[in-house]
Design a protein around this ligand. Sequence first.
Ligand SMILES: [Zn+2]
Ligand SMILES: [Zn+2]
Length: 125
Amino acid sequence: MIIRSGGCLCGNVKYSVKGPPLRVGLCHCAVCRKESGSAFVTFAVWPAHSFETAGEIAIFGGRGFCRSCGSRLFNPQDGEVEVRLGSLDMAPTDLAPTYEIWVKRRETWLHPLAGLEQFEEDRGE
Ligand SMILES: [Zn+2]
Ligand SMILES: [Zn+2]
């Protein structure tokens, strides 16, 4: 089974995820923009039991950061962990999003990615 490793910029927090993610998405929402300082974020979600971490994180609004360097890492959620794709060690990853959410906030110079499911706001479960 494939094990992927990730961590923050300063190296204080490391984590690993086992096996395939449940889903991979891309978000253009206002909160993701603010937290990342970027125009959108890409994330992958694993079941909590496939996730392990060492190191202390700070959590703001359910979003986990490294206390020292401020890198965004992952959000521990109900039975799942949402990992920021850019915090994985290997690049490029072999993980590609299958859906985009909050596309009404997408920058005008960005285009819908071909073949991805598009949602004006949240995906809705
Ligand atoms: Zn750090
Ligand atoms: Zn978002």
